[in-house]
Design a protein around this ligand. Structure first.
Ligand code: PNS
Length: 174
């Protein structure tokens, strides 16, 4: 195995965990905590995708991520609006972290990892299996439940739960 895979200047291993995080769930947080143990520095980065209409703004998503990762000293929260590989180069990061919940995630993830590899051979994607406890969980499911004022406390951290409540205050389930 190439001892330098995923290693940056001075063997400082920097990984990026990119995503939409609209909003961050316990499934994401589990990946963040586990990935933070494996690398010197982990950058959790929110894609600023102008073509999507998210529930939370990029600033809100970044703020929520910062709040729930404040006990993790080697985790930085950021956002990007670029090709992921180009953003990674600007951060001197060589490893992309992605969580996989099930085989249904695999095809899309394989396509993304292969595309990123095609764009920059120096970048490795490392997949982490989501904790089976959260294998069904997604940001969309969380929003669906929250929209109808259902319980989400087992799915998202308290700060996210509060933010969801605030977003949907005033909405009455039809
Ligand atoms: O949480 P998501 O929405 O599944 O994350 C997707 C994300 C942000 C990782 C992906 O869309 C991305 O990296 N976008 C940046 C643009 C890019 O580099 N695209 C080429 C790779 S497919």
């Amino acid at each position: 195995m190439n001892a330098h895979i995923g290693r940056g200047e001075g063997d400082h291993r920097v990984a990026v965990y990119p995503g939409s995080f609209d909003p961050v769930t316990f499934g994401h947080l589990d990946i963040i905590r586990r990935a933070a143990k494996q690398f010197d520095h982990l950058i959790v980065s929110v894609l600023n995708n102008l073509t999507k209409s998210p529930l939370f703004s990029v600033e809100e998503r970044v703020e929520l991520l910062r709040e729930i990762t404040k006990d993790l000293p080697n985790v930085e929260v950021d956002s990007f609006r670029d090709l992921l590989v180009r953003y990674m180069r600007s951060k001197q990061a060589q490893i992309i972290i992605r969580g996989i919940r099930s085989v249904t995630d695999f095809e899309y993830e394989l396509q993304m990892a292969s595309t990123n590899r095609q764009l920059d051979e120096g970048i490795e994607t490392i997949f982490m299996m989501t904790n089976p406890k959260y294998s069904y969980l997604s940001s969309s499911i969380v929003k669906e439940i929250a929209k109808f004022h259902g319980p989400v406390q087992d799915l998202v951290p308290p700060a996210v739960e509060a933010a969801l409540r605030k977003k949907y205050t005033g909405d009455r389930p039809g």
